[in-house]
Design a protein around this ligand. Structure first.
Ligand code: HEM
Length: 172
């Protein structure tokens, strides 16, 4: 059976090794050292400003129960930690457990593409992100977005075995 990461690679079109090029510092600085805290704050702010102003109501409403300021903080603390910086996110929120934390949201293919659309625009309009970092980040985001699509789908299927059950299903 395909692993979640293999499936995420297939669905996203981004090989797993390419997605984790964020960890390959090429002997130089990691992405946190290269870009710094303020850039990640700016990127997350830029991204969530777009999400919360999205003209597509179906997408905006996925975030309807979250406060924008908190979403921004969650996002940049996670990114700082994941890119090799201080573990701000886990100190405050615990293990990222991204699949579990996204379980309540409609993380569909369409939502992943919309999320990535806003993130691509945020990357393109946040200053001080060089092209190489931009490519590494979008590959990581694309693979992770589909990792969440695959992961949430299979998690919900396992948790709700009766969802698609026929009348003769033993759960009934
Ligand atoms: C949180 C949706 C992809 C990382 C959230 C929240 C929503 C959401 C609604 C709650 C906002 C909050 O209160 O923080 C989605 C959708 C995605 C997606 C629809 C489409 C695929 C991603 C990706 C990443 C990510 C690709 C990472 C690369 C996070 C993090 C949080 C979060 C770190 C904060 C979790 C917490 O601390 O509760 N997401 N997300 N998300 N998302 Fe996503």
């Amino acid at each position: 059976m395909q692993s979640l990461q293999e499936k995420a690679a297939e669905w996203s079109g981004v090989e797993t090794t390419l997605a984790f090029a964020i960890d390959d510092d090429g002997g130089g600085a990691n992405l946190f050292q290269k870009l710094g805290l303020q850039t990640f704050i700016n990127l997350s702010t830029n991204f969530y400003n777009r999400v919360y102003n999205d003209e597509e109501e179906w997408f905006r409403s996925i975030f309807g129960k979250s406060k924008k300021e908190e979403a921004i903080q969650n996002q940049y603390e996670f990114l700082v930690q994941r890119m090799g910086g201080p573990i701000l996110y886990s100190q405050r929120r615990g293990h990222p457990a991204l699949i579990a934390r996204h379980g309540a949201f409609d993380v569909t293919h369409e939502a992943a593409e919309r999320w990535l659309h806003h993130m691509q625009q945020a990357l393109d309009t946040t200053s001080d992100i060089d092209d190489d970092s931009k490519i590494k980040l979008i590959n990581f985001f694309r693979h992770t977005a589909y990792f969440l699509v695959v992961g949430v789908e299979s998690r919900n299927q396992n948790q709700m075995p009766c969802k698609n059950a026929s009348g003769s299903h033993p759960c009934k």
